[in-house]
Design a protein around this ligand. Structure first.
Ligand code: TPP
Ligand code: MG
Length: 357
C-alpha cells in the first residue's frame, strides 16, 4: 500500500452523539433557529438563494405544464434549506456533487439561473448542448461533479474524488447527496466504508424526505434515523432538522472542519419532506394529506424569513423587494432561454460515440 492509502487506522469513537432529531414521519419538534455567527450579508445571501431556488423551480414547473421541458422535473420544495445550507458551508474549490433535487447547491456555486433554464429546456447553449434535460453535467471550473442517475453510484465516485484531492495535496473536502431510498443501495455502504477506511474528507448529506417514489421510510428501513447507518462504518454521524437552513449550515461546517483536520468522513442526515410528487408527473395521492399539511407549516423559507425579521436582519419590505428583484431577473432569463435555439440535427450523434482521431 502506498503512503497515501495507508492513512486508515483503528478508528476513534465514531459518532457525534445519537440523533438529535426524533424519528417519525411528521416534522420534529421546533427548535428555535440559531445563527452560527454568520454576518448579516451572508444570512441574506442564504435567503436569496433559497428564494431563487424556489422561484426557479416554480418557473420550471409552469414551463413543464406548457410542454416545454425536456425530460423529468424533480422538485425540492421544502428542501431548499438542505441544498443551500450545505453548499454554502463549503469553500469554492471544495468538490460538490449535487443530485437532481439540488438546484439550490448549483445556484450557491454560481451556476446562473439562465444556464439551468437552458438545460431543462434542452437548448443548444445548455451545458449538455440540448442532449439531456436534467442536471447531468459537470462544471469543473466550479468544482462541480455531475449527478449520476443510478442511485448511490456518486458516493464511491466522490470517495475517489476526495482521495484524488488528497493525493494532489491540499485540504479540499468532497460533498454529495443521497436520498433516504438511495441509502439502501450497495454503493452507499461501499463508498462510505471506503471513505472511512481511508480517512477521507467525504461529507454525505442524506436527504431524508420521507419517501422514495411511493415508498414511505417506514417501508424502507427499521432504524430510528439514517444517521444510525454511519457508526457501523466508523463514520461520524449527525441528524439535523433539514428545514432549518442554519442548522444544516452549522452541521456541514462541523463536517468540513472534521474532514480538513483529517478526521475522516461525516454522514449528515437532514430531515425534511418531499412536498411534491417524485417528479412532476406524480400527483402523490399516496401521501396522507395531513402529513403534507404538517410539513407545510414547517416551510424552510417561511421559517428563515420569520427569523430574519425577528432578529432584525431584514424587514418584510426588504424581503418583498428581494422577491421582486429575483422575479424580474428570472423572467428575463426565461425569455432569453425560450428564444434560444435547439441543437441542430447534425449534432445529434456528436459526443455520443467515441471516434478515433
Ligand atoms: C440503483 C437505482 N435504483 C432505482 C432507481 C430508480 N429511482 C430513481 S429515483 C428513485 C427514488 C429515490 O428516492 P430517494 O433516494 O428517497 O430520493 P428522493 O427522490 O426522495 O429525493 C428510484 C427508486 C435508480 N435511479 N437507481
Ligand atoms: Mg426520499
Amino acid at each position: 500500500m502506498s503512503a497515501v492509502l495507508r492513512k486508515g487506522k483503528q478508528r476513534r469513537a465514531p459518532t457525534a452523539g445519537g440523533p438529535a432529531v426524533p424519528p417519525g414521519p411528521g416534522p420534529p419538534p421546533v427548535v428555535p433557529m440559531r445563527n452560527p455567527e454568520l454576518s448579516r450579508t451572508r444570512l441574506l445571501e442564504l435567503h436569496s438563494f433559497m428564494r431563487l431556488n424556489r422561484m426557479l423551480e416554480d418557473k420550471l414547473s409552469a414551463l413543464y405544464r406548457q410542454g416545454k421541458i425536456v425530460g423529468g422535473l424533480y422538485s425540492s420544495l421544502g428542501q431548499e434549506s438542505i441544498s443551500v445550507g450545505s453548499a454554502s458551508a463549503l469553500e469554492a474549490d471544495d468538490l460538490l456533487a449535487p443530485m437532481i433535487r439540488n438546484i439550490g447547491s448549483l445556484l450557491v456555486r454560481g451556476v446562473p439561473a439562465l444556464t439551468l433554464l437552458l438545460q431543462f429546456l434542452g437548448r443548444h447553449d445548455a451545458p449538455t448542448g440540448g442532449k439531456d434535460g436534467t442536471l447531468h453535467f459537470d462544471d469543473l471550473e466550479r468544482s462541480i461533479i455531475g449527478p449520476i442517475s443510478v442511485l448511490g453510484t456518486l458516493i464511491p465516485v466522490m470517495t475517489g474524488a476526495a482521495l484524488a484531492a488528497r493525493m494532489r495535496g491540499g485540504k479540499r473536502v468532497a460533498l454529495t447527496y443521497i436520498g433516504d431510498g438511495g441509502t439502501s443501495t450497495g454503493d452507499f455502504h461501499e463508498g462510505l466504508n471506503l471513505a472511512a477506511v481511508l480517512d477521507l474528507p467525504l461529507i454525505l448529506v442524506v436527504e431524508n424526505n420521507g419517501y422514495a417514489y411511493s415508498t414511505p421510510t417506514s417501508g424502507q428501513f427499521a432504524i430510528r434515523s439514517l444517521a444510525d447507518r454511519g457508526p457501523a462504518y466508523g463514520v461520524a454521524s449527525e441528524s439535523v432538522d433539514g428545514t432549518d437552513v442554519l442548522a444544516v449550515h452549522a452541521a456541514t461546517r462541523r463536517a468540513v472542519e472534521r474532514g480538513r483536520r483529517g478526521g475522516g468522513p461525516t454522514l449528515l442526515e437532514c430531515r425534511a419532506f418531499r412536498r411534491r410528487g417524485h417528479a412532476e408527473h406524480d400527483d402523490m395521492r399516496y401521501v396522507p394529506k395531513d402529513l403534507i399539511a404538517a410539513w407545510e407549516e414547517r416551510d424552510p423559507i417561511d421559517r428563515f424569513e420569520a427569523f430574519l425579521v425577528e432578529e432584525g436582519h431584514a424587514t418584510p419590505g426588504h424581503l418583498l423587494a428581494v422577491r421582486e428583484a429575483l422575479a424580474a431577473g428570472l423572467e428575463e432569463a426565461a425569455q432569453k432561454a425560450l428564444l434560444s435555439p435547439f441543437p441542430p440535427p447534425e449534432e445529434t450523434l456528436r459526443d455520443v460515440y467515441w471516434e478515433p482521431e
